[in-house]
Design a protein around this ligand. Sequence first.
Ligand code: SAH
Ligand code: DHB
Ligand code: MG
Length: 225
Amino acid sequence: MSLVNDPRWTEVDRYVEDTLVGRDEALEASLAAAVDAGLPTISVTPAQGKLLFVLAKSMGATRILELGTLAGYSAIWLARALGPAGRLITLEIDPHHADVARRNFARAGVADRIDLRVGSAHDTLADLAARSVAPFDLIFIDADKVSYAAYFAAVLPLSRPGTLILADNVIRKGAVADTGSTDANVIGARRFHEAVAREPRVSATAIQTVGAKGYDGFSVITVLE
Ligand code: SAH
Ligand code: DHB
Ligand code: MG
């Protein structure tokens, strides 16, 4: 399957940014800092960041868990949806990414709401479960794609009925529907959806998206019981 990105996808993302998302100096500075530090430009887009904010706000989320911090761009959107008493725990394996994120959190004025845990999310999730932390209202899975099925299994015990679980980058330019794919990330997305489908404690869908980052999409999962 091949597809050329249509320039309208980026133009419409700019339109949505100009009309609905608005400008935010700290968020823009966080992306500039990521580029300056040599981090990959794979943060969620402004329109997607705003979606995270809108969903978290609409739920009244006070406890949010993120897997994959990078420079903290999506984390700042999520933290902005929390009141001052809310908490975001975000997990990042790369200490350099974590350093950039910490500076971005301070600049955005949300450092006091964010608990950034450096280490493999597999280990940190096991640690959170062992310590029986209170369940999260919203969980955003956006770390390494091959581990998504394992992350789903590990976050389910950290959820409660009504928890919203979102997972980024699960459509893979449409390759998720390719049963014969040998791409590790595609196989990861397929295994993730199979694990979600098999799990009776959740109900889920996946939404394809186009935009400035091309053709991809995200899964939306609600915990039932
Ligand atoms: N959520 C960010 C983008 C995350 S990119 C945003 O939209 O702004 C994916 C991140 O996951 C990278 O920073 C990468 O270092 C991190 N990562 C990869 N494997 C990981 C693991 N095993 N545990 C925790 N983080 C991991
Ligand atoms: C890519 C995009 C992402 O949103 C992400 O979390 C990781 C990688 C990418 O385009 O490579
Ligand atoms: Mg992503």
